[in-house]
Design a protein around this ligand. Structure first.
Ligand code: PMP
Length: 430
């Protein structure tokens, strides 16, 4: 299994050996590293990417969901080439940003918008804004949810099994003092939230409204609605981190569930693969932001290329129709896996939402991180290496999910399923 991957990726190994001497683990983001060594890619087009050994892959990782519009989308390429002539960054505010703010306001049902560059920045600012507005300190996050690489929310992201529900810092270099106001609740467990808000003076709860960093785990609707009732009763804000979900359903998870959180964050797919993020929400909350009030800054915030890319992406490419088409392909892929699970009598479950889905090598779908962490990941890795060796990047890791872009075709899905069926048989035989 691994030997096939190694045979096909000799140049990646060579690059890794060189890169790891000048870049820790040879990568620019810890999430790009996987055993035995990461893949180094050279280009992407449509639904495909090519690695430095010349292998072609049908890509279902799609830059961790940042490419809902697929690689090098022709509409985006055309407009970016034109815009490049007019400056990459202007320093003062770029006029088109207002257009984009209006698009986001109506599409995601928010009142006011600020832009940053990454998901990490957006969630970092969102909790600051929530604290400034409520004048309270405590933030609740869910175990297994990921909100980026800043200190205060790097808690219980992927704790060891025996650390579940104990506060566990997810990185070296973060003193306990920094996370002492971060509280941990359990996904799909209403009582775990209720207990905290009854006891503590909570500023906000932040969540991935569809959890997408422990596979894909949807919330029970009653659980979500229950949190909104608690927020009313106890006076804390709700932040939907829609960095992933915002690009996978036309109006994000808040639109899907018909809920209006106080704040949302967006990033990844909204700018077609260029760096852009959004912190947006209710007027009264967003109004705390400003000079000598609540800090929000960024030299690269809303740079013209990202803003232009986002306008084109949201108005011409990630339209309701194209997302629906991608959703149909996603249903086909998910059903295919479900059929394999039944026909091959595998311990395999499938979870899907919008244009994303994930598989778990388990008999039942996990409902929270505790259940997710109990799943044996070894079959997943066998599946992953074999899929790679057969020209499919199914997703980036066992805690990730696939993304169907607007450039995937029915043929791509059929190819994926044909290869997956053979591989799942092999994984079962092992
Ligand atoms: N929030 C969520 C839900 C994410 O999945 C991620 C990244 N995977 C982030 C925030 C952080 O985004 P970025 O990597 O752009 O900082």
């Amino acid at each position: 299994m691994l030997s096939d991957y190694k045979k096909l990726t000799l140049n990646s190994l060579t690059l890794y050996n060189i890169a790891s001497r000048i870049m820790p683990y040879g990568v620019s983001s810890n999430y790009r590293y996987f055993e035995p060594y990461p893949l180094y890619l050279s280009r992407g087009k449509g639904s495909r990417v090519w690695d430095v050994d010349g292998n072609e892959y049908i890509d279902f990782n799609m830059a961790y969901g940042a490419l809902g519009i697929g690689h090098s989308n022709p509409k985006l390429v055309k407009i970016l080439k034109e815009k490049l002539e007019n400056g990459t960054i202007l320093g003062f505010e770029f006029a088109d940003t207002l257009k984009l703010a209006k698009i986001i306001k109506s599409r995601f049902n928010v009142d006011m918008v600020r832009f940053s560059s990454t998901g990490t920045e957006a969630t970092m600012h969102s909790i600051r804004i929530a604290r400034a507005y409520t004048r309270k300190k405590k933030i609740i996050k869910f175990e297994g949810h990921y909100h980026g690489s800043h200190d205060q929310l790097l808690v219980n992201v992927s704790p060891e099994k025996n650390e579940v529900m104990k506060k566990s810092i997810s990185s070296y270099g973060i003193p306990y003092d920094v996370v002492k106001n971060t509280l941990i609740a359990e996904w799909n467990n209403y009582e775990s939230v209720e207990k905290l808000v009854k006891k503590e003076d909570v500023a906000a709860i932040i969540m991935e409204p569809i959890a997408m960093n422990m596979g894909l785990i949807k919330p029970d609707v009653s659980f979500l609605k229950g949190i909104f009732s608690l927020a009313k009763e106890y006076g804390f804000l709700i932040i939907f981190d829609e960095v992933k979900t915002g690009g996978k359903f036309y109006s994000g998870a808040s639109g899907y569930y018909g809920l209006k959180p106080d704040l949302i964050t967006l990033s990844k797919a909204i700018a077609g693969g260029l760096p852009l993020s959004v912190i947006a929400g209710k007027k009264e909350v967003m109004r705390v932001v400003g000079p000598n009030k609540t800090a929000h800054g960024g030299t690269f915030s809303a740079n013209p290329l990202s803003v232009t890319a986002s306008i084109v992406t949201l108005t011409q490419i990630l339209t309701e129709n194209s997302l629906y088409e991608a959703y149909k392909l996603n249903s086909m892929l998910s059903k295919g896996y479900q059929d394999f699970a039944d026909d091959l009598d595998l311990d395999l479950t499938v979870s899907m939402w919008g244009t994303s889905g994930s598989i778990f090598f388990s008999k039942v779908l996990p409902k929270n991180y505790r259940e997710f962490s109990e799943i044996d990941q070894r079959p997943w890795y066998k599946y992953f290496w074999l899929m790679l060796s057969n020209g499919i990047i199914p997703m980036a890791d066992y805690d990730e999910q696939w993304t169907i872009s607007t450039q995937h075709t029915k043929e791509d899905i059929m190819k994926h399923l044909e290869i997956a069926e053979n591989i799942l048989k092999k994984v079962k035989e092992e």
